[in-house]
Ligand binder design. Structure first.
Ligand SMILES: [Zn+2]
Length: 561
C-alpha cells in the first residue's frame, strides 16, 4: 500500500503534483513533515497533512483509540485462546470433532481468518448495481454466490467464515442445505446442518459459523456454497480508513488490506490461508469489472447486463483480491518476455492525472525487467493496473493488478510492482511483519531512483538519517508497530533504511543472494521477521542479532549497528 501524496523519491517533481501540489522538498523533509499524522496522512491527502492543526488532531485521536483497542484486544485474546484450547486432537478411539477457531491467530486482528481448514479455491459469482446518480445515497447493491473448496485440517464439527455487513441467504456443504438458527449459547448443541451469523461491529468480529452434517474429517475436502448479498456502503478499517468494497458513484474500488475482503465475500480473511480464485462479475452494461489474473473468456452482455470472467490461478492472499467496477478502458500489452499486462484506466481522470498515469504505466514492463534482474522472475501470470478517478487515499498492490486512486505516479507504480514479489508472493505471516512489505517496496523505489539517474539509494538512506533523533519518526519498533501503526512512515522509510544498512553491512553479493533465497524459500507462502533474519544470517555468515535489534526492535534512532 502507498498513501497518495506520501511517497517517494522518484515521484518528487513528477506525478504526485497532480494529487497534492508540487512536492519539491527532499525526501527526508517530506517524511518528517508527514510523519506525525500517520494514518491521517494516509487518507486525508497531501494538502491536509501540511496543516499542523490537522496533524495534532490526528495524533490525539490515534492515541485515544489505541487505548480502547488495547482493552479490546485483551478481551478478544481471551476468546481466541479458549477456542484454541479446544482444538481437535485425534484420540485413540478415532476422530474427535471440534469447532475450528474463529481466528487465524493474528494478535493484531484476532478474528481475521479462521482455523480448522485450508481453503483451496474461491469461485465468486457476483452481481453488482452501483448507486443511482446523486443525490441518491452512495449505496450499491451486491448479490453473490461464493463456492469455496476447502480441506479440513482437523476433525470439524463446526467452522467459521468471515463476512461483514452482508446477509446470508443460503448455505450448503457438499450439496446438503444448512438451516439458519439463532446463535447458540457457548457449548450448546445444535441439531443438524445449521449456520448462524454474528456481526459485532464494536468487537470487530464478523463470524459466520457453519455446522456441516455429516461432520468433516481431517483431510476431507468440502465444497461450501454461500448465497449472500445486501447493500454496499463504504467500510473502514481499524484506523477509520476506507477499505474493502468501497462503493463509488460510478462503481466500486475494492482494496482490502488488512482484513476487508470479508466486506464483499465470505472468506477466511488472513494471508496464512492463500487460495486460487475465479470470478464472474455481472454489472450494468457499459461498466467494466476488473479482477486479478487474466480474463477467462470474453465478456457476455445480455438484457442490459455484462458479465466479466477472470481467472487467478496463482495462490493469493485474501487482502490482495480485487473486483473493482468502473468506467474503465481496458488496455492489453505485454513485456518483452511475454508477460501479459492489463491496465484498466478510468475514462474520467483529469487531463493532468491521465498524462502522469500514461507515462508511469508505460514503464511497467521496464520496471518488471529491472526487478527481475535484481531479484527473481516475476511471480505471477500477469501484471497491470486499475486506475480509478475516485480515491480511497492510497494505492494498493492487489495481486497482479494494483489499484491506484486518481493517478498512478512513477514512484507509486514501481512501489506496487515491487510488492508483487515482496508482500504478494511472500506475504507477512502476521500483520506485525508488515515492514517486510513496505520496507522492501520503498527500497525498490530507491533502487529504481538510482537506476533512473536520480537520487542514489545511499543518498536516500542519508536523507532518512538526517531526521533528528528527537523526531517522533524514530519512536517506532517497526517489527511490532501495533495494529494502528501498520502504515506509519517508519514502516516504509525506516524499513527501507534497514534494508540499505543491511546491504552495506553484509555486502551486495550476500544481500542480493539472500534476497533471492528469501523470495524462493517463501514463494506462495508467508514468513516472519525472524525467518527474514535467519536467511540473511545464513547468507552473510554473520551474527546479525544486534543489528536487527537496533533497526527493528528499538524505538529510537539507530546510532551504531
Ligand atoms: Zn506499499
Amino acid at each position: 500500500m502507498l498513501m497518495n501524496g506520501r511517497a517517494s523519491a522518484v515521484a518528487s517533481g513528477h506525478g504526485d503534483s497532480a494529487e497534492g501540489g508540487p512536492s519539491t522538498l527532499p525526501l527526508g523533509r517530506r517524511v518528517h513533515r508527514l510523519r506525525p499524522s500517520g494514518g491521517i496522512a494516509r487518507h486525508a491527502g497531501h494538502l491536509q497533512c501540511a496543516d499542523p492543526s490537522a496533524e495534532e488532531i490526528g495524533v490525539r485521536v490515534r492515541r485515544q483509540v489505541s487505548g480502547a483497542l488495547a482493552a479490546l484486544l485483551v478481551g478478544m485474546g481471551a476468546v481466541v485462546l479458549s477456542a484454541g484450547a479446544t482444538a481437535a486432537q485425534e484420540g485413540p478411539r478415532g476422530p474427535r470433532f471440534t469447532a475450528g477457531a474463529p481466528g487465524a491467530g493474528d494478535a493484531y486482528f484476532p478474528f481475521a481468518g479462521n482455523g480448522g481448514y485450508d481453503v483451496q479455491h474461491y469461485d465468486l459469482d457476483i452481481t453488482y448495481t452501483p448507486p443511482a446518480p446523486a443525490p441518491a445515497p452512495l449505496v450499491g447493491r451486491l448479490s453473490g454466490v461464493a463456492t469455496i473448496d476447502l480441506v479440513a485440517t482437523q476433525d470439524l464439527d463446526r467452522f467459521n467464515l468471515d463476512l461483514r455487513g452482508l446477509e446470508v441467504e443460503a448455505i450448503s456443504v457438499n450439496r446438503k442445505r444448512a438451516t439458519e438458527v439463532a446463535p447458540p449459547a457457548p457449548g450448546a448443541e445444535v441439531e443438524g446442518a445449521a449456520y448462524w451469523h454474528v456481526q459485532d461491529d464494536a468487537a470487530r468480529s464478523w463470524e459466520l459459523t457453519i455446522q456441516p452434517r455429516p461432520k468433516i474429517k481431517k483431510g476431507q475436502t468440502a465444497r461450501v456454497v454461500v448465497t449472500y448479498g445486501g447493500d454496499t456502503t463504504r467500510p473502514t478499517d481499524i484506523e477509520g480508513v476506507l477499505y474493502g468494497w468501497v462503493t463509488m458513484r460510478d462503481g466500486a474500488m475494492v482494496v482490502s488490506e488488512p482484513e476487508g475482503s470479508m466486506t464483499w465475500y465470505p472468506v477466511s480473511d488472513h494471508q496464512t490461508d492463500k487460495a486460487t480464485y475465479g470470478f464472474e462479475i455481472t454489472v450494468p452494461e457499459g461498466k467494466v469489472a476488473v479482477a486479478n489474473g487474466l480474463p477467462a473468456r470474453d465478456p457476455v452482455t445480455e438484457d442490459g447486463w455484462t458479465t466479466w470472467f477472470w481467472d487467478a490461478p496463482d495462490l493469493q492472499a485474501s487482502y490482495l483480491t480485487t473486483a473493482s467496477v468502473g468506467d474503465y478502458e481496458l488496455r492489453f500489452s505485454e513485456t518483452d518476455g511475454g508477460l501479459p499486462i492489463i491496465d484498466a484506466v478510468d475514462d474520467n481522470l483529469t487531463m493532468a492525472n491521465a498524462a502522469t498515469t500514461e507515462a508511469s504505466l508505460a514503464l511497467q514492463a521496464e520496471m518488471i525487467a529491472f526487478l527481475e534482474d535484481a531479484f527473481v522472475p516475476y511471480p505471477f501470470n500477469s501484471a497491470g493496473a486499475i486506475v480509478d478517478d475516485d480515491t480511497v487515499g492510497y494505492a494498493l498492490e492487489t495481486q497482479t493488478r494494483s489499484v491506484y486512486s486518481r493517478v498512478a505516479s512513477e514512484g507509486t507504480v514501481v512501489h506496487e510492482i515491487a510488492h508483487q514479489w515482496f508482500g504478494n508472493a511472500v506475504s507477512p505471516e502476521r500483520w506485525q511483519d508488515i515492514w517486510l512489505n513496505e520496507g522492501w517496496a520503498t527500497y525498490a523505489e530507491w533502487l529504481w531512483s538510482e537506476d533512473s539517474g536520480r537520487d542514489s539509494a545511499q543518498a536516500l538512506f542519508e536523507s532518512i538519517l538526517d531526521i533528528p533523533a528527537d523526531d517522533e519518526f524514530w519512536d517506532l519498533a517497526i517489527a511490532d508497530p501495533g495494529p494502528f501503526g501498520l502504515f506509519l512512515g517508519g514502516i516504509y522509510d525506516r524499513g527501507a533504511a534497514t534494508l540499505h544498512a543491511l546491504r552495506v553491512k553484509i555486502g551486495d553479493e550476500a544481500f542480493f543472494a539472500a534476497s533471492q533465497e528469501w523470495l524462493e524459500r517463501y514463494d506462495d507462502s508467508t514468513a516472519t521477521t525472524e525467518d527474514f533474519e535467519e536467511v540473511f544470517e545464513e547468507f552473510s555468515g554473520q551474527d546479525l542479532g544486534a543489528f536487527f535489534d537496533v533497526w527493528l526492535r528499538t524505538p529510537s534512532k539507530p546510532t551504531s549497528w
